[in-house]
Design a protein. Structure first.
Length: 218
């Protein structure tokens, strides 16, 4: 069983790596960012609350986020293990997660941190765009759709830039997340769960490194 956390600053490639991990290991992908974006699109109570933080690049309060994760992790489709992408992001969330995994009896097996320098992160985020229909992620520099103006995944033709990928917001997002990053890594380092991977490599090579870690764990 693999129950994995992917750590990494905004743009480190958590979503990109998750897709490849899901393809091979059939884990359930849980991205708090994706869940919030869906809630915002549906204008739910959580979505409206989250929007006021996300659009400025700030963190949604720990308790709101942890509740969302506990509900999701408690669902029956999570039998082959899970990837948490973007949660936890603070040591308070990491401690809340300890309680959640105990209550649900779904203990963590691995924590992988994707390390990318700030200059690359800014470049990646400013070049990212998304499919309006299915949310698939593209990049003007490294990942254009295979057929011009057509989503590889759903065939959609409309794309958009995430509100929080605009340059003013990116700066704050990086600052907010950088502050929490080292304490979070220390937390899992002490538990002997952490592996650090060079996220500057190609997506293929990043996955190869992750695969080496995970295949040792099966
Ligand atoms: P979230 O959606 O999780 O955003 P994030 O953490 O800022 O991470 P990103 O999704 O921007 O980046 P990623 O690492 O997935 O990179 P990707 O694979 O897309 O969260 C959004 C917001 O929600 C937060 O700011 C916060 O407000 C709130 N939130 C979420 N979780 C929360 C929590 N736990 N607590 C409180 N608030 C929370 O890649 C980026 C780009 O680079 C893409 O274009 C991709 O194609 C490209 N790329 C990826 N890998 C490579 C590579 N190896 N080489 C070249 N290009 C690459
Ligand atoms: Mg993501
Ligand atoms: Zn699509």
């Amino acid at each position: 069983m693999i129950n994995l956390i992917l750590l990494g600053l905004p743009g480190a490639g958590k979503g990109t790596a998750s897709e490849r991990i899901v393809d091979k290991y059939h884990l359930t992908h849980i991205s708090t960012g994706d869940m919030f974006r869906e809630a915002m699109a549906n204008k739910t109570k959580v979505g409206l609350e989250a929007k006021s933080y996300i659009d400025k690049g700030n963190l949604v309060p720990d308790k709101v986020t942890a509740k969302l994760v506990e509900e999701r992790l408690g669902q029956p489709d999570i039998k082959n293990g899970y990837i948490l992408d973007g949660f936890p992001r603070t040591t308070v969330q990491a401690e809340l997660l300890e309680g959640i995994t105990k209550r649900l009896n779904k203990p963590l097996t691995n924590v992988i941190s994707l390390e990318v320098n700030e200059k690359t992160l800014i470049k990646r985020l400013s070049a990212r765009f998304m499919c309006k229909n299915c949310g698939a992620t593209y990049n003007k520099i490294s990942k254009m759709p295979k057929v011009k103006n057509t989503c590889d995944r759903c065939g959609g033709h409309e794309f958009y830039q995430r509100e929080d990928d605009k340059p003013e917001v990116v700066k704050n997002r990086l600052k907010v997340n950088e502050k929490m990053n080292t304490p979070l890594k220390d937390f899992y380092q002490k538990k002997g769960l952490l592996t650090v991977i060079n996220g500057e490599q190609t997506p293929e090579k990043v996955f190869e490194d992750i695969d080496t870690v995970l295949s040792n764990n099966q």
